[in-house]
Design a protein around this ligand. Sequence first.
Ligand code: ATP
Ligand code: MN
Ligand code: MN
Length: 301
Amino acid sequence: AKAAKKAKTLRTAADFDLRLTSADRVIFPEDGLTKGDLANYYAAIAELLMVDLRDRPMTLIRCPSGRAKKCFFQKHDSGAMGAHVLHVPVKEGDGKTEDYLYVDEAIGALECVQMNTIEFHGWGSRIDPLEMPDRLVFDLDPDEGLGFDKVKAAALRLRDLLADLGLETFPLLSGGKGIHVIAPLDQSRDWPTVKSFAERFSRAIAEAEPETFTANIRKNQRTGRIFLDWLRNQRGSTAVLPYSARAREGAPVAVPVAWDELPDLKAANAWSIRDAGELLDRAGSKALRGWGQAKQALPDF
Ligand code: ATP
Ligand code: MN
Ligand code: MN
């Protein structure tokens, strides 16, 4: 009865001014979940998604025939996404300017889902100021077969090392294999400065604790270790955003968690798009209040 009551209070895609087509198409074949199920998930948690998605250049993973068929990254505007899918001109390294996608309200995100988006990824900065990141992301990528216990221990270690520098961080389950350790920033430093910090810090940890970490992207350097993927912190790079679904088996979701609860969690894909009600409850809980919120400058390192 409790579940029924909760379900009734969840927003669905029908609560949005959206023309959703092919809602019955199965897009998670292993799970029997449809495009309509995904749209309802995003409708229910839209306000949580928008906290980080709003006004951030985004990359979409679109899977027109479902997650098991061909999917593609889309970062530039193709003009056909929807009336609330906006674009911002961004100067590229080669001097050319390209339009990047962003949304500033939930209906825009739902329009992306109508266009067969499963995943939402974002830059580490907002469209204004585009050149000043508002977060630092350490993407922990475990070697194949490395247990989740090792990933959790590494994330906690990283938390402590960053705390020693005065940076408060927040863990995000990626919905895949790893954990992203996120430090909100006050937008007082530019991209080259933030990237340089991320690289130097990661290389220093890998040198000091080589049994756990590597800062080298090459897979053959990863044996039994965790790759500290500092490359997420360069201009134009993206990371999966909190509450994004993943185009993976089980229809998992990237989920913010509290450091305190991390030891009890069994996997980085512990929640799925079936869990909108629970994710909403969690987000309102004391443990998650203030997740991702901290006004802090990048420390010297
Ligand atoms: P996992 O925990 O399984 O590693 P993840 O989301 O961290 O999941 P990664 O492969 O580590 O996956 O990638 C980190 C981020 O880099 C992604 O979330 C995505 O935003 C970005 N990314 C990865 N591959 C590509 C790609 N081919 N094109 C654009 N961005 C990519
Ligand atoms: Mn990763
Ligand atoms: Mn990675």
